[in-house]
Design a protein around this ligand. Structure first.
Ligand SMILES: Cc1cc2nc3c(=O)[nH]c(=O)nc-3n(C[C@H](O)[C@H](O)[C@H](O)COP(=O)(O)O)c2cc1C
Length: 209
C-alpha cells in the first residue's frame, strides 16, 4: 500500500516535471531567438526606414547601424522625377541594380563587417526604389559575409510591396548553406511599435526565401 502511494507520487512528480520542461522549451523559443546577438543594418534617405529600424532595435535590443553612403544622398540626388538626378542615373545604368556596375561606397563598411561577424541575426532595411533595393544595398551584400547568419530583410515604400527585392539581394549576397534568409516584409511607412513587435514574434518561424 505504501509502495503504491510512493509510486503514485513519483508518477505525479514526473508528469509535472515533464510538463514544466515542455512549457519552458516552447515558451522561450521566441525569446531565445531575440536574445541572440542581433544587428540591425539600414539605409534610409528620408528617415522612414530609419523609423522602422529603430523600432526593431527597441524590440530586439540589437545594435543599430546605419549604412552610410561615403557620398551622402541629397534631396536633389533622390529626385526620381529628374532625368539627370543621381538615382535616375543609377537606375538607368542597367536593367536592374543586381546587373548594374554602380556600387556606391559605404563609409562605415568596416564597422558593419565587424558587427556582422559577431552577430547571429542580421536585419537589413532599405527603401524600395523602383521596385528594388537601392544599389548601395548591393555594395553591402557583395562585401559583407552573411555566411551562417539569419538574415531578416525589411523595407518601406509608398505603395509597392517587397516584391522580389529581397530575393534579388540574396542572389548577390555572400551566403552559405547555413544562412537562413527569411522572406522579410515591407512596412508602408514608419510602422507602430506594436506592428513591429508582432512581426518579430512571428518572424522567428517565418518561411525562408
Ligand atoms: C528614387 C526613388 C524611387 C522610389 N521608388 C518607389 C517604388 O518603386 N515604389 C514605391 O512604393 N515607392 C517608391 N519610392 C518611395 C520610397 O520607397 C518611400 O518613400 C520610402 O519609405 C523611403 O524610405 P526612406 O525614408 O527610408 O528613404 C521611391 C523613392 C525614391 C527616392
Amino acid at each position: 500500500m505504501r509502495r503504491k502511494r510512493q509510486f503514485r507520487l513519483l508518477s505525479l512528480f514526473l508528469v509535472f516535471a515533464i510538463a514544466f520542461a515542455c512549457a519552458k522549451t516552447n515558451g522561450t523559443a521566441a525569446e531565445a531567438e531575440t536574445k541572440k546577438n542581433t544587428v540591425i543594418l539600414y539605409f534610409s534617405a528620408t528617415g522612414t526606414t530609419k523609423g522602422a529600424a529603430e523600432r526593431i532595435k527597441k524590440n530586439t535590443k540589437g545594435q543599430l547601424i546605419e549604412i552610410k553612403a561615403a557620398d551622402p544622398y541629397t534631396d536633389e540626388d533622390i529626385d526620381w522625377t529628374d532625368n539627370n538626378s543621381r538615382v535616375t542615373i543609377e537606375h538607368e545604368s542597367a536593367a536592374s541594380p543586381a546587373k548594374s556596375k554602380v556600387r556606391p561606397e559605404i563609409r562605415n563598411l568596416n564597422a558593419i563587417k565587424k558587427a556582422v561577424k559577431k552577430a547571429d541575426v542580421v536585419y537589413i532595411g532599405y527603401p524600395i526604389w523602383w521596385g528594388e533595393a537601392p544599389h548601395i544595398l548591393y555594395s553591402l551584400v557583395e562585401k559583407v559575409s552573411l555566411k551562417g547568419k539569419t538574415v531578416v530583410p525589411f523595407c518601406t515604400s509608398s505603395s509597392s510591396g517587397i516584391g522580389s527585392s529581397a530575393k534579388h539581394l540574396k542572389k548577390s549576397a555572400i551566403i552559405s548553406g547555413k544562412t537562413k534568409w527569411l522572406k522579410g516584409r515591407n512596412f508602408y511607412g514608419v510602422p507602430s511599435q506594436k506592428t513591429v513587435d508582432k512581426w518579430i514574434k512571428k518572424s522567428v518561424t517565418d518561411q525562408e526565401l
